[in-house]
Write a protein that binds this ligand. Sequence first.
Ligand SMILES: Cc1cc2nc3c(=O)[nH]c(=O)nc-3n(C[C@H](O)[C@H](O)[C@H](O)COP(=O)(O)OP(=O)(O)OC[C@H]3O[C@@H](n4cnc5c(N)ncnc54)[C@H](O)[C@@H]3O)c2cc1C
Length: 427
Amino acid sequence: MSSVDEPETAPRGPEAAGSSTTAACEVESSDVLILGASFTGLELLYQLRRRPAGRGLRVTLIDRHRQHGYLPLVHERLCGRLEPGESEIHTAAEVDADADASFVQGEIVAVDPVAKEVELACGRRLRGRFLVVALGSALEPPPAIDGREHLLRYKLADEQVVAAQRLAELLGGAAAEGALAPTIVVVGGGISGVELAGELAHLAKVRPSGWIAPKVILVHGGARLMPGFAARVAKRTRRYLESQGVELRLGARLIAAEAGRVRLREGEGEAWVSSDMTFWSGGIRPAPLIAGLDLPRTDGGWLAVGPTLQCYPTPTPSQPDVFAGGDAVRVIGGEGEWPTMQRAIECLWQASVIAQNILTLAAEPPDYPSGVPPLMPHRLRPDFFHGVSLGGRSLVVYGRAMVDVAGVNTWFRRFLMRSYFARYRHD
Ligand SMILES: Cc1cc2nc3c(=O)[nH]c(=O)nc-3n(C[C@H](O)[C@H](O)[C@H](O)COP(=O)(O)OP(=O)(O)OC[C@H]3O[C@@H](n4cnc5c(N)ncnc54)[C@H](O)[C@@H]3O)c2cc1C
């Protein structure tokens, strides 16, 4: 897989960056400073540019990665069904193609929400009149699992590259040596886990040349797969996975991992199970930097925002220009925390709301002498269609309804990916 990131970039010149860069120690400023350039951050730039008032704003996006592998089809990327090059977006290049926008590659290490200023690991500092935190989540095992460093993560751009390389080495190496099929354990029976397990099992039918098909075990703590989906969807998913040879270990909790094996607790008993490679699909956590931010958070550690997606939605303390969106946030309003989806589509909707609200505020003087104008709230849509790929089978699910349309779903999900990429293209 490609996507090798370059080291942190030196500041671009003031004209190119559209910011007031001068000496290295000075703070570079722009109108909108966006932290994180994945689904939420990149879409925010797009949404600003769609509106006439947003076209003149100087926008800076910061991310540690210059490219982003398309996450909804990451299972196909890892297993070689999709070419790496056709399934990633060149985020930095797309941003830099906009004359008034600038991509900064770097590791954000500190955020000052009062000054609306951030610091990168290389010492570079940047500020915006508007600050938007879109730092997302990490697909990361909890600290309680012993040896969790043995579990493969595959969300962020660099993680996807490493995971794809290791999978190719394992399956290609075993084939070259004429060895037995390696065992791959996937931990987590939610949508990400079932999609990855299904895709790995599908390697028995179609696989890159020189690979051997693995034995696949899916470990899930609950009694049934796909929590949050209707029982009939879970049942069908189980049937499809089992028919493709996936061994299901339901009601099993992963408690430890070592090279070559994982330890499972099932009922009262515990046992080691051989695993040549173990993928973690068991849930996301807030991106690590979020824990250290001086911004309101929920008990679960996510950024708490109001329906307007402001970190401080109330008049006191008044910091109306600080927003957050995407996986990093939970919306608090009315009765409490909203059951938002934490999906890519939700990020796009939220980015549109943030863009609109920034433009409403940008029309006012920065100190708001006549008060902060009313802003648009995000609209709760608790559910949306799910395309669930299960190797050679797949489902389109909406609530209790589901349609089994394997070929169409695969085609349609790729069409969605290409449409998503085309949205940001400047050529
Ligand atoms: C395996 C998997 C499959 C998925 N499949 C689907 C699907 O099929 N459909 C769907 O709708 N959704 C899917 N999702 C969910 C979707 O990918 C997320 O909702 C979406 O990625 C969230 O986007 P975001 O912009 O909020 O944050 P993220 O995508 O998490 O991105 C955050 C960005 O911030 C950057 N960053 C974080 N910390 C720092 C730092 N300190 N310094 C610099 N940069 C930093 C990261 O590099 C990253 O680029 C899937 C998620 C996973 C994990």
